[in-house]
Design a protein around this ligand. Structure first.
Ligand code: DX5
Ligand code: ZN
Length: 211
């Protein structure tokens, strides 16, 4: 199982988390960007994030919870970014935005909120590299997993496998030792986690990696 460590935390300094990650089995740093519009909260500025992520060699998996994702792409393309994921709910012309991210040589993903049905993503699955199924309402870490997300993951797994697409499925929000096995069973390729991992960074990454 691939593990993407979200550094969004109300109690631990993000830089302190990042500094520990190169000695763990983590695959990516999950960077949550919020603009105070698409979601209520606001996160780091680009210059803060540039500094924070410089403490690790791990590739970045950037999750844009913002109204206007386009204006973030050029900046994040300059960091050690592997994938940029924007929200289906935020963008009118999804195809144009997919191409815009790809033109920077990056992988591209689409995220859906808990109230958005999985099948809205079907037309894009052959064109994108990653999906994030939000299993909490976006905005903060430490919320409880929404179990209905499991059905959406299963639906997407079936569609991807039937059509032979390469798109990977991530789940983001409320992932812990109890919910991760259910996500695996439903068909995810990657787990995003903040609060559970931060409790014991090295051991909990190992635990999720080996579920
Ligand atoms: C939520 C963010 C998540 C969040 C996950 O809006 O997109 O990445 O940090 O935090 P936990 O794992 O604590 O639910
Ligand atoms: Zn996220």
């Amino acid at each position: 199982m691939k593990i993407s460590v979200s550094i969004l935390s109300s109690s631990i300094n993000a830089a302190d988390i990042v500094k520990k990650l190169d000695n763990t089995e983590a695959d990516y740093i999950h960077v949550d960007i919020m603009d105070g519009k698409f979601v209520e909260n606001k996160t780091w500025t680009f210059s803060e994030m540039k500094k924070i992520t410089s403490y690790s060699r791990l590739p970045l998996d950037v999750h844009l919870m913002v109204e206007n994702p386009k204006k973030y792409i050029e900046d994040y393309a300059m960091l050690n970014t592997d994938t940029i994921t924007f929200h289906y709910e935020a963008v009118k012309d999804i195809d144009e935005m997919i191409e815009y991210v790809k033109n920077y040589g990056l992988k591209v993903g689409l995220a859906i909120n808990p109230d958005t049905p999985a099948n809205v993503l079907f037309p894009y699955l052959g064109k994108i590299d990653e999906i994030i199924v939000m299993s909490v309402y976006p905005g903060k870490s430490g919320q409880s997993f929404i179990y209905e997300s499991l059905d959406k993951i299963k639906e997407l797994r079936t569609e991807i496998d039937t059509k032979g697409y390469r798109c990977v499925i991530n789940v983001d929000g409320g992932v812990n030792n109890e919910t991760a096995p259910l996500c695996k069973e439903a068909g995810v390729d990657m787990l995003v986690s903040a609060s559970f991992i931060h409790k014991d960074i090295k051991n909990n990454i190992k635990l999720l990696k080996n579920i």
